[in-house]
Design a protein around this ligand. Structure first.
Ligand SMILES: NC(=O)NCCC(=O)O
Ligand SMILES: [Zn+2]
Length: 643
């Protein structure tokens, strides 16, 4: 158990210790006929039939967890906030599941009560983008699955989606197993996995199939940056997206033009720029927007849903907005960093301060970007918020002390995301509280097909909830955060609106600054393909598309005429194809070769009686240099004309 100073807040929620007997608690004597004890949603097997259950598979480390999840909790007197509405209701939790939501509930004895008067009861946050203990740029991220998820919980996040990133030589399945092993032994909240595709061949396609059908993966990311390590070329991206479409998975993209960045980095070096500002200067916004647009185009051509991770700029966000306006299934994910700070940090005089902000794509040097991205979250053009949490300590960032290209890329955010979105979104009047839930939790649950198990306060949903105090305040600092890194990119940010209690799997794991987590207690989430909110439309469109294509099919009599026989490859060496290189007509058809009037000889050679001269204007050998003879003294003498 870790004890940390709690946030300054309005009166703390009162926790009533349960009575020893098992009688109903006081104040809950009236039977509420509207509340049900059965799940109000149907756990679906998504289309097409998948072996992967929508539910979770219990990891081998979670025995203790199951035994202790008999706890009963009643959250009383709060306002329940979902993405589609707010209601005054009590929430009864048993064995990790929300069992009742309503007023005047019948509650068994032995139930711990949390007084949530004046507080909001919300689904726990879902961080769509983390890189815990990732080996990257010669070192390993400072936060592992334990410290990272502990910090997540302190900030109100109860589910994370981390990225398996295989090396180019590694099989996808090996990498997936590695990630599961690392995470299962340490993780403190439930988690799912996206898998990155860092090279393409037939085997990768087969492994993607295994991952979706047997391992509960429904999303694959490609990188358009980091040439030589992670980057894929467009034709490989096409193959990955097409495979995603075939499997009902979601394609994800890190959108930056890696090849151009590489050249610009060289240019910076030549100009003597070795500090962190070089990172920003070699990654202009246009390169993010261009790659975003290219990824959207490839997704359109493959009819694949696309999820653009870490949207860092206005123009990249515009590309997503434009595509969505046209009906394409594209989602955009700004992150805590792009919503909470900006790229002016790269010009800070302190090397460490500047280097600590190095991430890709970079923060933009423009204070209007963050509020712009928030506006796009509010109008639905952007859908989720992640963090790209990938932390490195000062001595790790120092790998690039003489060359910005060697600074390990990555920043924090797993702990701050909800507070940043509330402060910059709700407190500014850009988001209402339901939109807050949508962009921090429910939208992600829908897209990655874990809704309403996650992302909703409802009967049958997992008891991953927050008691949120909209009036609580705190100032973010590395000195008090729970992350393992020694820098915080939001240092000094004064936040209003904080989680004061976090409940994971029906247990209070964070309470007014005090963490009580169990290492390895989190469970792996099998995410099924063909998420309804992503694929329902696409499946329908596919049927319509096939019908349209069939309608455009033209019934024709088959062609029965001659076909030339290619005896010698036609070369493009000449500007225009010379008769010498023309394919020889297979018959005596005069115009078969398209130039000569006389048929070929019986041996198939050009008929030498045929002239190569035509009166059509352009001559076949116009491109060849002609030898000219200047006649100084033409017969009959020189012209006396005007020339
Ligand atoms: N984003 C970043 O800078 N680091 C993590 C790796 C990645 O997602 O690009
Ligand atoms: Zn990332």
């Amino acid at each position: 158990m870790t004890t940390v100073p709690g946030p300054s807040s309005s009166p703390k929620p009162r926790i009533v210790v349960p009575s020893a007997d098992n009688k109903p608690s006081s104040g809950s004597t009236k039977k509420d006929t509207s509340s049900k004890t059965k799940p109000e949603f149907i756990v679906r097997t998504n289309y097409p039939e998948s072996n992967a259950p929508l539910g979770v598979s219990v990891s081998k480390f979670s025995k203790n967890h199951i035994l202790s999840s008999q706890h009963r909790l009643l959250i009383k007197g709060g306002r329940v906030v979902n993405d589609d509405g707010t209601t005054f209701a009590d929430v009864f939790i048993e064995e990790g599941i929300i069992k009742q939501v309503g007023l005047n509930l019948i509650i068994p004895g032995g139930t711990k009560t949390i007084d949530a008067t004046d507080k909001l009861v919300m689904p726990g946050g879902i961080d769509t983008h983390t890189h815990l203990e990732l080996a990257f740029m010669g070192t390993r991220a400072a936060d592992d699955f334990y410290t990272g998820t502990k910090a997540a919980i302190a900030g109100g996040t109860t589910t994370i989606l981390d990225f398996v990133i295989p090396t180019k030589e590694q099989s996808l399945i090996d990498a997936y197993n590695q990630w599961r092993e690392r995470a299962d032994s340490k993780i403190c909240c439930d988690y799912g996995l996206h898998v990155a595709i860092t090279h393409w061949d037939e085997q990768v396609g087969k492994d993607m199939e295994i991952l979706t059908k047997e391992k509960g993966v429904n999303s694959f990311k490609v990188f358009m940056a980091y040439p030589g390590t992670f980057m894929l070329a467009d034709d490989d991206i096409y193959q990955v997206f097409a495979k995603c479409r075939e499997l009902g998975a979601i394609a994800m993209v890190h959108a930056e033009n890696g090849s151009v960045i590489k050249e610009l980095e060289k240019e910076m070096s030549k100009l003597g720029i070795t500090g962190p500002e070089g990172h920003l200067l070699s990654r202009p916004e246009k390169l993010e927007a261009e790659a975003t647009n290219r990824a959207i185009m490839i997704a359109e051509q493959t009819r694949c849903p696309l999820y653009v991770v870490h949207v860092m700029s206005k123009t990249a966000a515009d590309k997503i907005q434009e595509a969505r306006l046209k009906g394409q299934v594209v989602f955009g994910e700004p992150i805590a960093a792009s919503l909470g700070t900006d790229g002016s940090q790269y010009f800070n005089k302190c090397w460490h301060h500047a280097a600590a902000h190095v991430m890709s794509p970079p923060l933009r040097n423009d204070a209007t970007t963050a509020p712009y991205l928030m506006d796009l979250l509010a109008n639905g053009s952007l859908s989720t918020t992640g963090t790209d949490h990938c932390t490195f300590n000062i001595n790790q960032k120092a790998l690039g002390k003489d060359d910005f290209r060697k600074i390990p890329n990555g920043v924090n955010g797993i702990e701050e995301r909800l507070a940043v979105v509330w402060t910059k979104g709700v407190e500014t009047g850009k988001l209402d509280i339901n939109q807050f839930v949508a962009v921090t939790s429910s939208n992600a649950a829908r897209i990655f097909n874990i809704y309403p198990k996650k992302g909703r306060i409802a009967v049958g949903s997992d008891a991953d909830c927050l008691i949120w105090d909209p009036k609580a305040t705190k100032t973010i600092s590395a000195s008090s955060h729970h992350q393992a890194c020694d820098f915080n990119i939001f240092e000094g940010l004064h936040c209003r609106g904080l989680p004061i209690i976090t409940i994971v799997d029906g247990k209070i794991v964070y309470d007014n600054g005090q963490l009580n987590v169990l290492q390895g207690s989190g469970k792996y989430l099998h995410t099924a393909c063909y998420a309804d909110s992503v694929y329902q439309k696409l499946n329908k469109r596919e049927i319509i598309r096939e019908q349209l294509i069939k309608q455009q099919h033209i019934e024709r009599e088959p062609y029965t005429g001659d076909v030339i026989v290619i005896s010698k490859p036609v070369s493009n060496g000449d500007a225009k194809i010379s008769p010498k290189n023309q394919a020889i007509p297979s018959s005596n058809e005069p115009h078969a070769a398209g130039f000569h009037n006389r048929p070929a000889t019986r041996a198939g050679a050009r008929n030498l009686f045929d002239s190569s001269f035509t009166l059509s204007g352009d001559q076949w050998d116009d491109a060849n240099l002609r030898k000219t003879t200047r006649v100084q003294q033409p017969p009959g003498g020189q012209s006396k004309g005007l020339w």
